[in-house]
Write a protein that binds this ligand. Structure first.
Ligand SMILES: Cc1cc2nc3c(=O)[nH]c(=O)nc-3n(C[C@H](O)[C@H](O)[C@H](O)COP(=O)(O)OP(=O)(O)OC[C@H]3O[C@@H](n4cnc5c(N)ncnc54)[C@H](O)[C@@H]3O)c2cc1C
Length: 372
């Protein structure tokens, strides 16, 4: 077998590891445009709380990963196109042939249109290299603005409090995490993070970011202005689909795959943040683990459907720990207080279809079981 995987994030390396377990003889090539070092991406948003420098987040340097799992690693190599007829990927270092190809090339940060002469100084973190730069800037920054009160924005906000930074979070919703949490839960999180020190500018967008003495001046949509030393945007991700679409593979929000993880070309698979499993886009670690195990079986000759169990989303905000299984539209939420927290259950047609657990996480497993 000649397997080529594009990407050395959690998806690429997890799959390589799973395939190697099943087939000691397979030729496995990983191509990545970065250094190929394996790191924990989730820890980018809680590294300050756990006292880690960026380089301490690297769990497996590229050379060690290659030796440990017998991988042919092509680092600092950008894939430019997929040539399905020749079964090759074209890179800036030449072409690479495959029997089977797995796209594990992740997603890009969304860029919202922002005016002002410093809009290009807004930082975004979806990779350890971005994070190195962010931490370097943080060394001389006290006031930090975060654009985007979603999961990643809230995690960074809470983490920056551990470094005694002054944090303002800005977003258009009326409460934080508004795409995941209904109002009762969102307001609770808002209050807890405010009590810990986060300042909120909700119901607002950032119209301009301009240079100011020693920092930046933000102008909000209501014309309010204030100055900060650093601006971080965390407004969401866009799966990488361009090269897949150019190769005439079916794409929607992500690269669309069937239950085996195959794209519309049976020799090409997609995994991780770039993939869309049916209607679902699941940019988290647990889906990667489950999908990689099944995909490794398929790739080594035992076709195996990817089946996802209930996978609660955890938000790393120690000021108010959160886990949840989002409910479908139309569900109704009922909340009860728990010691220093809230528990919400979502009902639809007399069935529990989701939950939210805010505060102590002792009930988490029993809530998953209640969901069935
Ligand atoms: C700050 C932060 C915190 C998070 N916290 C959590 C959490 O607590 N729990 C959780 O479940 N999830 C969390 N996530 C999400 C989770 O980390 C991601 O779902 C996961 O890491 C995605 O892995 P991936 O391999 O699909 O993509 P990536 O890690 O983005 O890897 C993509 C790879 O593809 C390569 N690549 C891209 N394009 C090309 C190209 N054209 N040519 C060559 N190489 C290419 C890149 O170099 C990279 O190696 C978090 C994400 C962030 C940003």
């Amino acid at each position: 077998m000649n397997l080529v995987i594009v990407g050395t994030g959690m998806a690429g390396y997890t799959l390589a590891r799973e395939v190697r377990k099943k087939d000691p003889a397979a030729r496995i090539t990983l191509i990545t445009r970065d250094s190929g070092d394996s790191y924990s991406k989730p820890m980018l948003s809680n590294a300050l709380a756990v006292g880690k420098a960026p380089e301490q987040l690297i769990q497996g340097p590229a050379a060690k990963m290659a030796a440990q799992f017998d991988l042919h690693l092509m680092v600092q190599t950008q894939v430019l196109a997929i040539d399905r007829e020749r079964a090759q990927v074209r890179t800036d270092q030449g072409s690479v042939s495959y029997d089977q190809l797995v796209l594990a090339w992740g997603a890009e940060q969304l860029h919202l249109p922002t005016g002002g002469d410093a809009a290009d100084s807004i930082q975004r973190v979806n990779h350890i290299d971005d994070y190195q730069q962010f931490r370097a800037s943080l060394a001389t920054a006290q006031r930090v603005a975060i654009i985007g009160p979603g999961l990643i924005g809230c995690e960074f906000a809470n983490d920056l409090l551990h470094a005694n930074k002054q944090v303002t979070v800005i977003g258009p919703g009326s409460w934080p995490l508004s795409s995941l949490l209904p109002e009762t839960a969102g307001r609770y999180v808002q209050e807890k993070l405010a009590a810990a020190g986060v300042q909120w500018q909700l119901g607002q967008t950032v119209a301009r970011v301009d240079r100011a003495e020693g920092g930046y001046q933000l102008t909000l949509s209501n014309d309010e202005r204030f100055e900060v030393d650093l601006v971080l945007s965390a407004v969401g991700l866009k799966p990488n689909v361009t090269l897949a679409a150019e190769a005439d593979l079916k794409v929607a929000r992500g690269v669309v795959v069937n239950p085996l993880g195959q794209t519309t070309d049976p020799r090409i698979f997609a995994l991780g943040d770039c993939a869309q499993y049916g209607e679902r886009w699941l940019p988290y670690i647990l889906p990667i683990m489950h999908a990689a195990r099944a995909m490794a079986a398929t790739l080594t000759g035992t076709p195996t459907d990817i089946v996802f169990p209930q996978m609660p989303v955890a938000v790393k905000t120690p000021a108010v720990p959160i886990s949840l299984v989002p409910a479908p539209a139309g569900a109704s939420w009922r909340f009860v207080e728990q010691e220093d927290g809230l528990v919400g259950r979502a009902q639809l047609d007399d069935r529990m279809v989701g939950f939210i657990l805010l505060g102590p996480q002792k009930l988490r497993q029993s809530l998953v079981q209640e969901l069935g």
